[in-house]
Structures are given as structure tokens and as C-alpha cells.
Design a protein around this ligand. Sequence first.
Ligand SMILES: *Cc1c(COP(=O)(O)O)cnc(C)c1O
Length: 375
Amino acid sequence: MTTIAIPQADPARSYRAHAGEIDAALTRVLRRGRYVLGEEVESFEREFAAWIGTRFAVGVGSGTDALAIALRAAGVGEGDEVVTVSHTATATIAAIEMAGAVPVLVDVDWMTMTIGADEIDAVIGPRTRAVVPVHLYGQPAAMDALCDMARSRGLVIVEDACQAHGGEILGRKVGAIGVAGAFSFYPTKNLGAFGDGGAITSDDESLAAAARRLRQYGWDAERSARVAGVNSRLDELQAAALRVKLPHLSDALTRRRAIARRYSQALQGLGIVLPEEAAGTRHAFHLYVVRTEERAHLADELARRGVGTAIHYAVAAHQQPAYAARLRHGPLAMTDRVVAQVLSLPLYPELDDAEVERVIEAVIASVRSASAAFR
Ligand SMILES: *Cc1c(COP(=O)(O)O)cnc(C)c1O
């Protein structure tokens, strides 16, 4: 077996890039002795809200919890229908069900691989309460069309921005456009912790307050629970580490985008479909995802050349055994096509220029060596 010299993701590199500062921050928390909901979480919530451009951020235990709690805080509950895509992390679907709601799936747009705004009308019914657009791979979904529709239909929009820290539409960051945004700090995400973590962003004060109650047993300031809650808190150690990394996030995004631009220049004309940035948007390039019907071949050839790849995601929600039988959905022809072709190349800010060129050479050589198959 060849060793993978350049893995598709490598979160340890982001630790090494700031190891001294991170160690100091963690030690500070350990010595202080307050480990849950203390000053690190409070400060991080303020700093992250400022970075996204919302009035509030609420730290929770994961991106999945952020979505579920944001939906509940936005008034979505038992029996309500929530429209989203099948081409996403299973987490999106799990979160909608955790909120007590019923996911209804629609197809994606071929170019952006995000929710097809035109598909939504056909599945809206009397129980539809919300839409969860997923800014998949860091590409912002078509929020303009969605916001217009949401206004005219009285629906709420909760953004799944778990892959899109720093994505923008006409200068506004995603997570600040819908009534709330949900972020994940899973280690490989654009802003990654060293374990699980998540946050809800919103300009709505009562939504943020409801999220704060829901994340801790439903308690209000007097420790009285008028709603049933859960236990989902961002912890002090993760918040302290995130506070070290947040000031570097803008530079990290610039680097992600520079690598993506270099890939897109160098990989043109090979017969594989490259990601494009939709007009008026700033792609956050959490992942650089190419498409080819010869995916298995390309992945094998790249592995032989020491370049790691991954598939996000090989099985769409409507194909997952636990969900397949009960999920309602419209036509998903584009989703089925996308799911069979997507392949993620290595992309993280710590990749150096020489590694980027090695990935490019490996992709070109892999496509050539399999050129018969690619035709
Ligand atoms: C990572 C992710 C989630 C879930 O986040 P966790 O922190 O792993 O719970 C939800 N949606 C999308 C699109 C994701 O990529």
C-alpha cells in the first residue's frame, strides 16, 4: 500500500500552526477551574458574532445541535415540515428530526450543488414551516430567491452554514442572512475545534435567548424550565482554542481560496467538472470537489501517487437505510447524478505551494493514465 503523503484533510496541521498559543489557552482554562459556560464561551460568542456580522452567537455542543436548537428556537416543532436537500451531511436531516419536524427533500442545482430554489414550490404544503439551505462545500446557496419565497410564503430560513464560515453573498456573510445560522466546529471545518462544537448566529434577540434556554435543560435565568431543553453546551476548552484560531480565520480563507483558484487554473480541460463560484457569492472553499463519472478510477490513481481524496457524500440522505423508507421528497435526479461523481481533493490552509503543485501533477497524471476511461 502506498502511503498518503498529502491527506485530503489534516486537522493536526492547524494545531501545529498555532500550538504555543493553543497550549497556553488550554492551560489557562485548566488552571482557572471553570470548565462549562464561563468567560471563554462568552467571549467567543461575542467575537464570533462580530466576525459573522450578527448581534448574537450561542455556543452549543455541535453543528447538528446548532441546527436542531436553532429550528426549535425559531418556532419549528412537532409535525412541522422543513424543506432541505438530500445532498448534504446526514446531520442536516438528523437535526430536523431532533427538532421534532419532518424533513422534505428537494433536488440540487447542478452548478452550485446547493438547494434548487425552483424545486421548493412543488413540495410546499400547509405544514411547511421552514427551509434549511445547506451552503455545501462552502458555496453559498441562492439566498435571494429563498428569502423572497420565504417572505411571500411565511416560512423561516435557518441556514446550515456548517461548511461555510466566511462564505458571502453580495458582501454579507452566510449565517447572517436567514433568521438564524448554524455552524459546526468539527476539527476539519473552516474553523475547527479539537473535538465537537457548534454555534447559532442570529440578529433576533428572542431567538438567541430561546437557544440559550434550550441548550441547557430549558432553564431560564432563574433555573426554571418553561420549555423542555437538552444539554448541548460549547465547553470552555473548545471555546478557548477557537478564540486562538478565530483571528486567523480570514487569512485561512484567503489561503483556501488561493489554493482553489490555482487548482481551477491548472485542472481545466481535463474532462473533469471543476467547482465554480456562483455570481455575487464568495465561496468559502471548505472543500474542493471535482466531478467525474470515473471517480473510483481517479481516486485509486491519486492514492497510488500519494494524494488522499474523500467523498462528501457517497450516500445521499434519501438513500440512507435509516431514512430511506420514511423521507418525503420531490424528484432527485440531479442529486443521484452528483452523488455518484463527487470527489474532494486535499484543501486546507496549511498545504504549501509545493504540495498544491504535487496534487495538480498527480491529478493530471491520473487522468492521463486513465484517459481511455475518461473519454
Ligand atoms: C459538519 C456538518 C454538520 C454537522 O456538524 P457536527 O458538528 O458534525 O454535528 C451539519 N451539516 C453539514 C452540512 C456539515 O458539514
